[in-house]
Ligand binder design. Sequence first.
Ligand code: ATP
Length: 765
Amino acid sequence: MRFICIELSAIEVIIQDRNMQSTEFGPGKALCEIVSSKYEIVEPTYVAKLLFIPHKDGLYCVGPRPNNNKAFIIDLISCNPFASTIQNNLIILQKVLRTAIKIWDSLSLSASEHAITGTKMVVFPFNIGSASKLRATIERIREDVKDHIDHLLLYRCATDEGGGASEQPLLGTFNLAYTGLNEAIEISGSKVRGGSTEAKEIVGVVELLESPPTNIPMSIPFTAWEYFLTETQKKFVYSLVGGPSRLAGPAGTGKTLCLLLRCIYNLQQALEAHKECHVIFITHSVATKKAITDKIKVLDPELFIEKDKNYSPQSLLVTTLQEWCASKVSQGIQDLEFLDKDALESKELQMLYINEAYSQTKIKSFESYKPLLSSEFVSFLESEEEWVICEMLQHEIAVVIKGRAGENFEEYKSIPHLKYNLPLKTDSDKGFVFNIYNEYQKRLTSIGQFDTDDITLTTLAQLDTPIWRRRRATEGYDLVFLDETHLFNINELSVVHYLTKNPSLPPPIAYSIDKAQAVGDRGLQGNCIDRGLIPDSFDGHIEYETMRSVFRSSPQIVNLAFAVTSAAANLFTNFENPLEVVDFTFTVDEEKKARVPVYYEFQNDNEITEGAVQIAELMAAELGTRKSNIAIVAFSHQLLKDITAFARIKNKPLEVLKQRGDLETVNRAASSGRFIVTEPDYVGGLEFEGVVLVGVDKGRVPPSSGLKTSDSKHFLRYLFHNHLYVAITRAKYQVSMICSAERGISEALAPAITNKLIEKGTFSK
Ligand SMILES: Nc1ncnc2c1ncn2[C@@H]1O[C@H](COP(=O)(O)OP(=O)(O)OP(=O)(O)O)[C@@H](O)[C@H]1O
């Protein structure tokens, strides 16, 4: 094949049709396979609204309103733009065609598009600083000004500059393609769908005659979703759960959505087959439970969620693990006794007690312990800042002592220590930490509160008994769904398989996961989560599905998130980069709202505080959206307080989000017309049109002031890479960052700056 010639109306379809944006959609994949010659076109063939017409030397692609004046011609003799992976090939095609429209419509070019002469354009399909230095050169050829013939020729695609401005493309292939265009358009006119000379169709055409709308309404029911799902999503959603089924993917790929749809699909199938099916859907916190319940009410036409398990053959319970466990614990625990770990108040209370427990233990037993402790740990305790020691202790207690060791010292000693946390070298080091934990636990008991792990561990003890084994067949569930598995610790995960009815069957548990959203090093390497979730006795097959198409965020935002996760993967050997392979899904119209992330420098914290709301206002105005669609994420607690106080003085009150995934607060902000302000810990599980990250500067992200040891620096760096990834990926169209001019932008964002994924913005009050 010597050329591919795509006329204007076909280009419009390719860049506007949702189904052409990702290779996870049938048409997107077919399009890619055709242009990269993996699928040979031997007769006129439709892919959705595009008609491909073969020619002895090339291929024409014609859309619904053929135009013979404007076409994009790819000279495959002088270059081969589609020699990469299928995802990259689609990115290249989309990018050059979007530039083509800009050239014809005289629109302004982006940073990755340069006009090097009046007729020559260079496009970088990937980010300028990304690993791929690929550049495509396009020549504009206006054959006959009178007839408005205005074609574009892609004749060079390489990683070097080539001949630059003086380079002249050979026009032999171009002339060949251009001369045959009229004939191809004539053929297309005779290949009317449904007519007697109907062309061949590939990829499930009937429903693709009409493209789905670009903007999906917020509340669409279960049946309507089929129209929008990718092939991978469909495969996951429309199948019965018959054993462990894991759904992985980066933020915004639709994991929660697909888990919900699959849950309803399974219930509907049971209803039709008159089979009993009781489902439990487990969420991480009370706030996310409320959000999921709201979503299910929209999706679920049968209202399974309102059915009673005792009186209906099918039912759905949405709950947190904590609530379910508490209902099973024989002692009975009231709501008020819970310490919700996703809530600001709980975190502050736990921190207060850990601080006290640490000071107390240090006074009481440090001197007597000292000769037994490793020199690294002693020097760490003696030199490090107290607040960071307490942060690290909190992580150790939650993730290791409670989360993995079941509060048992012997077990704790046998567990490998977290790589990026306290430098615990010996059993005595762990003994000292365990003393602090005991002190902390005493305080919790004295106020009569239980954290999730207390309840989980008590429940675990009660589930592994003859009583539960007998009750399980009636009180257990046919299917278990677990969202955000990465947020649960190993103890919690090991409760889950006890919830199923029949322990002799493969555990029917469907779960979603994105490890990079778990905060800090949790020692979750390899298939650790699967092993925690699935009973040891199960040696069967775990179904794995991975989502690649990011729906929530624009390509610019995904690229920024990728720079952050890649930097983390370079720094920490156990950090898995979820964005290694992604497909973008934004159509050209959606991309119009998107913008390259910007950072603003303000002189000092006072100016930052004042600037936060102003930048949010600017963003809301630019996006033409309501204030509640913008989240201000403050990267320190002090900043959050200052911003909130300042906004109040200025009579622009903000809605403060204090629980992770709290949709109620977001809804309240919508009705009162306020911005949301929060900290990175609580922004997960939500999405906004724009996000303003405040205080992302050196010394704050991660905090470094006074830190003495590399252990604490690593710990905080890990934590803040997670925070940045989660906060950035909440945004759909725009991300703005504010940092201090004195300190400069955070080092975690330095690769993004080098690679020009963030631009410096100017702001005048
Ligand atoms: N096929 C699709 N077409 C259009 N929108 C989709 C599709 N799949 C998911 N979405 C939308 O993408 C957004 C993100 O979905 P969802 O919250 O389920 O992603 P997630 O992977 O669970 O994200 P996170 O890990 O950040 O919580 C939602 O607005 C959802 O409606």
